[in-house]
Design a protein around this ligand. Structure first.
Ligand SMILES: C[S@@+](CC[C@H](N)C(=O)[O-])C[C@H]1O[C@@H](n2cnc3c(N)ncnc32)[C@H](O)[C@@H]1O
Length: 345
Protein backbone atom coordinates (compact mmCIF):
# COMPACT_ATOMS: atom_id res chain seq x y z
CA UNK A 1 0.00 0.00 0.00
CA UNK A 2 1.42 3.39 -0.84
CA UNK A 3 0.35 6.75 0.49
CA UNK A 4 -1.64 7.80 -2.57
CA UNK A 5 -3.61 4.56 -2.55
CA UNK A 6 -4.60 5.27 1.02
CA UNK A 7 -5.62 8.84 0.16
CA UNK A 8 -7.83 7.47 -2.61
CA UNK A 9 -9.38 4.85 -0.28
CA UNK A 10 -10.27 7.46 2.36
CA UNK A 11 -11.78 9.73 -0.32
CA UNK A 12 -13.87 6.85 -1.64
CA UNK A 13 -14.94 5.93 1.88
CA UNK A 14 -15.95 9.58 2.43
CA UNK A 15 -18.28 9.21 -0.57
CA UNK A 16 -19.86 6.07 0.92
CA UNK A 17 -20.33 7.80 4.28
CA UNK A 18 -22.11 10.65 2.54
CA UNK A 19 -24.36 8.32 0.53
CA UNK A 20 -25.13 6.08 3.51
CA UNK A 21 -26.05 8.94 5.84
CA UNK A 22 -23.03 9.85 7.98
CA UNK A 23 -22.17 13.52 7.38
CA UNK A 24 -19.77 13.48 10.34
CA UNK A 25 -17.68 10.58 8.99
CA UNK A 26 -17.92 12.02 5.48
CA UNK A 27 -16.11 15.11 6.77
CA UNK A 28 -13.64 13.19 8.94
CA UNK A 29 -12.73 10.75 6.13
CA UNK A 30 -12.02 13.68 3.80
CA UNK A 31 -9.85 15.29 6.48
CA UNK A 32 -7.92 12.05 7.04
CA UNK A 33 -7.42 11.78 3.26
CA UNK A 34 -5.97 15.31 3.21
CA UNK A 35 -3.82 14.58 6.26
CA UNK A 36 -2.40 11.39 4.71
CA UNK A 37 -1.81 13.27 1.45
CA UNK A 38 0.30 15.88 3.24
CA UNK A 39 2.15 13.18 5.28
CA UNK A 40 0.51 14.39 8.48
CA UNK A 41 -0.04 12.49 11.71
CA UNK A 42 -2.61 10.09 10.20
CA UNK A 43 0.01 8.90 7.71
CA UNK A 44 2.67 8.54 10.41
CA UNK A 45 0.30 6.22 12.33
CA UNK A 46 -0.84 4.25 9.28
CA UNK A 47 2.33 3.82 7.23
CA UNK A 48 3.40 0.78 9.27
CA UNK A 49 0.27 -1.03 7.99
CA UNK A 50 1.71 -1.33 4.51
CA UNK A 51 0.55 -4.95 4.15
CA UNK A 52 -3.08 -4.14 4.90
CA UNK A 53 -5.85 -3.34 2.46
CA UNK A 54 -6.39 0.44 2.29
CA UNK A 55 -10.15 -0.08 2.14
CA UNK A 56 -10.23 -1.96 5.44
CA UNK A 57 -8.00 0.68 7.09
CA UNK A 58 -10.58 3.34 6.28
CA UNK A 59 -12.93 1.55 8.69
CA UNK A 60 -10.44 0.10 11.19
CA UNK A 61 -8.57 3.35 11.89
CA UNK A 62 -11.62 5.55 12.70
CA UNK A 63 -13.07 2.49 14.49
CA UNK A 64 -10.05 2.41 16.83
CA UNK A 65 -10.53 6.12 17.58
CA UNK A 66 -14.27 5.61 18.16
CA UNK A 67 -13.44 2.84 20.61
CA UNK A 68 -11.32 5.27 22.65
CA UNK A 69 -14.31 7.61 22.72
CA UNK A 70 -16.65 4.81 23.85
CA UNK A 71 -14.17 3.83 26.58
CA UNK A 72 -14.23 7.39 27.91
CA UNK A 73 -10.56 7.96 27.01
CA UNK A 74 -11.14 10.78 24.51
CA UNK A 75 -13.49 13.25 26.24
CA UNK A 76 -12.55 16.12 23.91
CA UNK A 77 -13.76 14.20 20.85
CA UNK A 78 -16.74 12.74 22.74
CA UNK A 79 -18.27 16.22 22.75
CA UNK A 80 -18.77 15.90 18.99
CA UNK A 81 -19.74 12.20 18.75
CA UNK A 82 -23.54 11.66 19.07
CA UNK A 83 -22.94 7.99 19.96
CA UNK A 84 -21.86 9.14 23.45
CA UNK A 85 -24.26 12.08 23.74
CA UNK A 86 -22.19 14.70 21.88
CA UNK A 87 -23.32 17.04 19.14
CA UNK A 88 -21.91 16.44 15.66
CA UNK A 89 -19.73 19.33 14.52
CA UNK A 90 -17.40 18.31 11.71
CA UNK A 91 -15.00 21.21 12.04
CA UNK A 92 -14.53 20.95 15.82
CA UNK A 93 -14.54 17.14 15.64
CA UNK A 94 -11.53 17.14 13.32
CA UNK A 95 -9.48 19.32 15.67
CA UNK A 96 -10.37 17.00 18.56
CA UNK A 97 -9.73 13.92 16.38
CA UNK A 98 -6.17 15.08 15.68
CA UNK A 99 -5.64 15.62 19.40
CA UNK A 100 -6.65 12.00 20.05
CA UNK A 101 -4.13 10.87 17.40
CA UNK A 102 -1.44 12.90 19.16
CA UNK A 103 -2.32 11.65 22.65
CA UNK A 104 -2.84 7.98 21.78
CA UNK A 105 -0.33 7.68 18.93
CA UNK A 106 1.44 4.57 20.23
CA UNK A 107 -1.77 2.74 20.86
CA UNK A 108 -3.21 3.65 17.45
CA UNK A 109 0.01 2.81 15.60
CA UNK A 110 -0.02 -0.73 16.99
CA UNK A 111 -3.58 -1.24 18.14
CA UNK A 112 -5.71 -0.76 15.03
CA UNK A 113 -8.04 -3.81 15.06
CA UNK A 114 -7.10 -6.61 12.63
CA UNK A 115 -10.53 -6.89 11.04
CA UNK A 116 -13.79 -5.01 10.74
CA UNK A 117 -16.38 -7.00 12.65
CA UNK A 118 -20.01 -5.92 12.61
CA UNK A 119 -23.38 -7.51 13.25
CA UNK A 120 -26.25 -5.79 11.41
CA UNK A 121 -29.35 -6.49 13.44
CA UNK A 122 -31.74 -4.85 10.95
CA UNK A 123 -31.01 -7.77 8.60
CA UNK A 124 -33.53 -9.66 10.74
CA UNK A 125 -36.21 -7.61 8.96
CA UNK A 126 -35.14 -9.16 5.65
CA UNK A 127 -35.03 -12.67 7.14
CA UNK A 128 -38.39 -12.38 8.98
CA UNK A 129 -40.58 -13.26 5.93
CA UNK A 130 -38.58 -16.48 5.53
CA UNK A 131 -38.78 -17.53 9.19
CA UNK A 132 -42.56 -16.89 9.20
CA UNK A 133 -43.06 -18.85 5.98
CA UNK A 134 -41.07 -21.82 7.33
CA UNK A 135 -43.14 -21.84 10.55
CA UNK A 136 -46.39 -21.61 8.59
CA UNK A 137 -45.55 -24.33 6.08
CA UNK A 138 -44.07 -26.82 8.56
CA UNK A 139 -46.26 -26.03 11.63
CA UNK A 140 -43.24 -27.08 13.71
CA UNK A 141 -40.92 -25.35 16.19
CA UNK A 142 -37.68 -24.04 14.70
CA UNK A 143 -34.14 -25.26 15.34
CA UNK A 144 -31.92 -22.35 14.22
CA UNK A 145 -28.43 -22.89 12.78
CA UNK A 146 -26.65 -19.71 11.65
CA UNK A 147 -23.34 -19.61 9.81
CA UNK A 148 -21.12 -16.50 9.96
CA UNK A 149 -23.14 -15.18 12.90
CA UNK A 150 -20.57 -12.61 14.19
CA UNK A 151 -21.96 -11.92 17.70
CA UNK A 152 -25.09 -14.01 17.13
CA UNK A 153 -27.45 -11.06 17.48
CA UNK A 154 -29.56 -12.20 14.51
CA UNK A 155 -30.02 -15.60 16.16
CA UNK A 156 -32.37 -13.70 18.50
CA UNK A 157 -34.52 -12.33 15.63
CA UNK A 158 -37.73 -13.54 17.34
CA UNK A 159 -36.96 -11.42 20.43
CA UNK A 160 -37.35 -8.22 18.38
CA UNK A 161 -40.48 -6.30 17.43
CA UNK A 162 -41.40 -5.51 13.80
CA UNK A 163 -44.07 -2.82 13.43
CA UNK A 164 -45.92 -1.92 10.24
CA UNK A 165 -49.10 -0.01 9.40
CA UNK A 166 -50.73 -3.43 8.79
CA UNK A 167 -49.86 -5.07 12.07
CA UNK A 168 -46.85 -6.09 14.08
CA UNK A 169 -44.89 -9.18 14.99
CA UNK A 170 -42.75 -9.91 18.05
CA UNK A 171 -42.83 -9.21 21.78
CA UNK A 172 -44.55 -5.85 22.40
CA UNK A 173 -42.09 -5.07 25.19
CA UNK A 174 -38.93 -5.79 23.15
CA UNK A 175 -36.30 -3.05 23.49
CA UNK A 176 -35.44 -3.59 19.80
CA UNK A 177 -38.19 -2.21 17.58
CA UNK A 178 -38.08 -1.91 13.80
CA UNK A 179 -40.64 0.52 12.41
CA UNK A 180 -41.91 0.12 8.85
CA UNK A 181 -39.06 -2.00 7.50
CA UNK A 182 -41.18 -3.16 4.51
CA UNK A 183 -41.77 -1.41 1.21
CA UNK A 184 -45.25 -2.44 0.05
CA UNK A 185 -47.06 -5.30 1.78
CA UNK A 186 -45.41 -6.89 4.82
CA UNK A 187 -45.35 -10.68 5.06
CA UNK A 188 -48.39 -12.24 6.82
CA UNK A 189 -47.74 -11.29 10.46
CA UNK A 190 -50.23 -13.60 12.19
CA UNK A 191 -47.87 -16.60 12.42
CA UNK A 192 -46.79 -17.77 15.88
CA UNK A 193 -43.22 -19.12 16.06
CA UNK A 194 -41.51 -21.23 18.70
CA UNK A 195 -37.69 -21.43 18.65
CA UNK A 196 -36.29 -24.50 20.40
CA UNK A 197 -32.58 -24.15 19.68
CA UNK A 198 -30.15 -21.37 18.71
CA UNK A 199 -26.75 -22.55 17.52
CA UNK A 200 -24.23 -20.82 15.29
CA UNK A 201 -20.65 -20.59 14.12
CA UNK A 202 -18.23 -17.90 13.04
CA UNK A 203 -14.52 -17.88 12.18
CA UNK A 204 -14.13 -14.99 14.60
CA UNK A 205 -17.11 -14.93 16.96
CA UNK A 206 -17.71 -11.94 19.21
CA UNK A 207 -19.05 -12.48 22.71
CA UNK A 208 -21.80 -9.87 23.18
CA UNK A 209 -21.80 -10.58 26.93
CA UNK A 210 -18.25 -9.26 27.32
CA UNK A 211 -17.38 -5.58 27.51
CA UNK A 212 -14.69 -6.11 24.90
CA UNK A 213 -17.26 -7.65 22.52
CA UNK A 214 -19.72 -4.81 23.08
CA UNK A 215 -17.09 -2.15 22.40
CA UNK A 216 -15.80 -3.96 19.32
CA UNK A 217 -19.27 -4.08 17.77
CA UNK A 218 -20.22 -0.50 18.66
CA UNK A 219 -16.89 1.00 17.57
CA UNK A 220 -17.55 0.15 13.91
CA UNK A 221 -20.92 1.89 13.81
CA UNK A 222 -20.53 5.40 12.44
CA UNK A 223 -20.94 7.69 15.46
CA UNK A 224 -23.66 9.91 14.02
CA UNK A 225 -25.86 6.96 12.89
CA UNK A 226 -27.90 6.91 16.05
CA UNK A 227 -30.62 4.53 14.92
CA UNK A 228 -28.08 1.79 14.08
CA UNK A 229 -26.22 2.53 17.28
CA UNK A 230 -29.37 2.29 19.43
CA UNK A 231 -30.60 -0.91 17.80
CA UNK A 232 -27.18 -2.55 18.18
CA UNK A 233 -26.81 -1.51 21.85
CA UNK A 234 -30.26 -2.86 22.68
CA UNK A 235 -29.75 -6.09 20.77
CA UNK A 236 -26.57 -6.66 22.77
CA UNK A 237 -28.66 -6.33 25.95
CA UNK A 238 -31.18 -8.85 24.58
CA UNK A 239 -28.36 -11.29 23.75
CA UNK A 240 -27.22 -11.14 27.34
CA UNK A 241 -30.60 -12.55 28.47
CA UNK A 242 -31.35 -15.05 25.66
CA UNK A 243 -28.81 -17.89 25.53
CA UNK A 244 -27.33 -19.22 22.30
CA UNK A 245 -24.48 -21.61 21.54
CA UNK A 246 -21.81 -20.09 19.29
CA UNK A 247 -18.76 -22.02 18.08
CA UNK A 248 -15.53 -20.73 16.58
CA UNK A 249 -15.57 -22.81 13.40
CA UNK A 250 -15.48 -22.80 9.65
CA UNK A 251 -18.98 -22.76 8.18
CA UNK A 252 -18.42 -25.78 5.91
CA UNK A 253 -17.07 -28.18 8.58
CA UNK A 254 -19.52 -27.02 11.20
CA UNK A 255 -22.57 -27.33 8.97
CA UNK A 256 -21.63 -30.80 7.80
CA UNK A 257 -21.56 -32.05 11.39
CA UNK A 258 -24.71 -30.14 12.47
CA UNK A 259 -26.70 -31.59 9.57
CA UNK A 260 -25.50 -35.18 10.09
CA UNK A 261 -28.96 -35.86 11.48
CA UNK A 262 -32.21 -33.93 11.27
CA UNK A 263 -34.26 -34.25 14.46
CA UNK A 264 -37.92 -35.24 14.30
CA UNK A 265 -40.47 -32.76 15.56
CA UNK A 266 -38.68 -29.55 14.60
CA UNK A 267 -37.80 -27.71 11.43
CA UNK A 268 -34.02 -27.27 11.08
CA UNK A 269 -33.36 -23.78 9.66
CA UNK A 270 -29.90 -22.97 8.27
CA UNK A 271 -29.57 -19.23 7.69
CA UNK A 272 -26.92 -16.65 6.86
CA UNK A 273 -26.64 -12.97 5.93
CA UNK A 274 -23.78 -11.35 3.97
CA UNK A 275 -21.43 -14.26 4.51
CA UNK A 276 -21.03 -15.79 1.03
CA UNK A 277 -18.74 -12.97 -0.25
CA UNK A 278 -16.21 -14.12 2.39
CA UNK A 279 -16.10 -17.72 1.09
CA UNK A 280 -14.23 -18.90 -1.98
CA UNK A 281 -16.00 -20.75 -4.80
CA UNK A 282 -15.14 -24.28 -3.56
CA UNK A 283 -16.46 -23.44 -0.06
CA UNK A 284 -19.68 -22.02 -1.51
CA UNK A 285 -20.12 -25.18 -3.63
CA UNK A 286 -19.49 -27.38 -0.59
CA UNK A 287 -22.10 -25.53 1.45
CA UNK A 288 -24.65 -25.98 -1.29
CA UNK A 289 -23.79 -29.68 -1.62
CA UNK A 290 -24.07 -30.26 2.16
CA UNK A 291 -27.46 -28.54 2.24
CA UNK A 292 -28.80 -30.35 -0.81
CA UNK A 293 -27.65 -33.74 0.49
CA UNK A 294 -29.24 -33.08 3.90
CA UNK A 295 -32.36 -31.86 2.07
CA UNK A 296 -32.71 -35.29 0.44
CA UNK A 297 -32.90 -36.82 3.93
CA UNK A 298 -35.56 -34.35 5.12
CA UNK A 299 -39.10 -35.57 5.82
CA UNK A 300 -42.34 -33.86 6.81
CA UNK A 301 -41.46 -34.66 10.46
CA UNK A 302 -37.85 -33.48 10.09
CA UNK A 303 -37.90 -30.73 7.46
CA UNK A 304 -34.88 -28.61 6.51
CA UNK A 305 -34.93 -24.95 5.42
CA UNK A 306 -32.14 -22.86 3.89
CA UNK A 307 -32.73 -19.13 4.28
CA UNK A 308 -30.18 -16.59 3.04
CA UNK A 309 -29.79 -12.85 2.62
CA UNK A 310 -26.85 -12.29 0.31
CA UNK A 311 -25.71 -9.80 -2.35
CA UNK A 312 -28.12 -10.01 -5.28
CA UNK A 313 -29.47 -8.17 -8.26
CA UNK A 314 -29.48 -4.70 -6.71
CA UNK A 315 -28.39 -4.86 -3.08
CA UNK A 316 -29.40 -8.05 -1.23
CA UNK A 317 -31.73 -10.90 -2.23
CA UNK A 318 -33.44 -13.21 0.24
CA UNK A 319 -33.81 -16.84 -0.88
CA UNK A 320 -35.59 -19.76 0.73
CA UNK A 321 -35.52 -23.51 0.06
CA UNK A 322 -37.69 -25.84 2.10
CA UNK A 323 -37.20 -29.61 1.98
CA UNK A 324 -38.62 -32.22 1.46
CA UNK A 325 -39.10 -31.48 -2.18
CA UNK A 326 -37.80 -27.92 -2.05
CA UNK A 327 -36.75 -25.66 -4.83
CA UNK A 328 -34.89 -22.41 -4.26
CA UNK A 329 -36.96 -19.25 -4.67
CA UNK A 330 -36.38 -15.58 -4.08
CA UNK A 331 -38.80 -14.37 -1.42
CA UNK A 332 -37.62 -10.77 -0.91
CA UNK A 333 -35.20 -8.02 -1.85
CA UNK A 334 -33.60 -5.69 0.70
CA UNK A 335 -30.91 -3.08 1.28
CA UNK A 336 -27.53 -4.38 2.51
CA UNK A 337 -28.32 -3.29 6.05
CA UNK A 338 -31.74 -4.96 6.00
CA UNK A 339 -33.90 -1.91 5.35
CA UNK A 340 -36.49 -1.39 2.58
CA UNK A 341 -37.49 -5.05 2.46
CA UNK A 342 -39.70 -5.84 -0.52
CA UNK A 343 -41.45 -9.20 -0.34
CA UNK A 344 -41.76 -11.01 -3.66
CA UNK A 345 -45.34 -11.90 -4.48
C1 LIG B 1 -20.24 -9.26 7.01
S1 LIG B 1 -20.17 -10.26 8.43
C2 LIG B 1 -21.90 -10.66 8.61
C3 LIG B 1 -22.22 -11.01 10.01
C4 LIG B 1 -23.70 -11.30 10.25
N1 LIG B 1 -24.13 -12.44 9.48
C5 LIG B 1 -24.54 -10.10 9.93
O1 LIG B 1 -25.32 -10.16 8.97
O2 LIG B 1 -24.44 -9.09 10.63
C6 LIG B 1 -19.49 -11.79 7.83
C7 LIG B 1 -19.22 -12.78 8.95
O3 LIG B 1 -18.84 -14.03 8.36
C8 LIG B 1 -17.81 -14.60 9.12
N2 LIG B 1 -17.11 -15.58 8.27
C9 LIG B 1 -16.38 -15.33 7.17
N3 LIG B 1 -15.92 -16.49 6.62
C10 LIG B 1 -16.40 -17.49 7.41
C11 LIG B 1 -16.27 -18.91 7.38
N4 LIG B 1 -15.56 -19.53 6.43
N5 LIG B 1 -16.87 -19.63 8.34
C12 LIG B 1 -17.58 -19.02 9.33
N6 LIG B 1 -17.73 -17.68 9.39
C13 LIG B 1 -17.15 -16.92 8.46
C14 LIG B 1 -16.98 -13.40 9.53
O4 LIG B 1 -16.15 -13.69 10.65
C15 LIG B 1 -18.06 -12.37 9.84
O5 LIG B 1 -18.48 -12.43 11.19
Amino acid sequence: MDRLELVKAFREQAGWCERLGSPLYHAIMLRIAGDVDSSGISWSLLESHSEDSPRSLTLRFPGAVHRLVLEGRAPGLARYYPSVGGTADSQAAWTAFVRVLEEHGDLLRNGVPQTVQTNEVARCCALLPGFLEIARRTALPLRLLEIGCSAGLNLRWDCYRYETSRGAWGPPDSPVVFRDPFLGDPPPLGQAVCVTERTACDLNPIDPASEDGRLTLLSFVWPDQMERFRVLSRAIEVARTMPAVIRRANAVDWLESELASLPNGSATVVFHSIVLPYLDDPARDQLSRILNEAGERATNDSPLAWLSMEPGENEADVHLTLWPGGSRKRIAKAGYHGRNVECTR
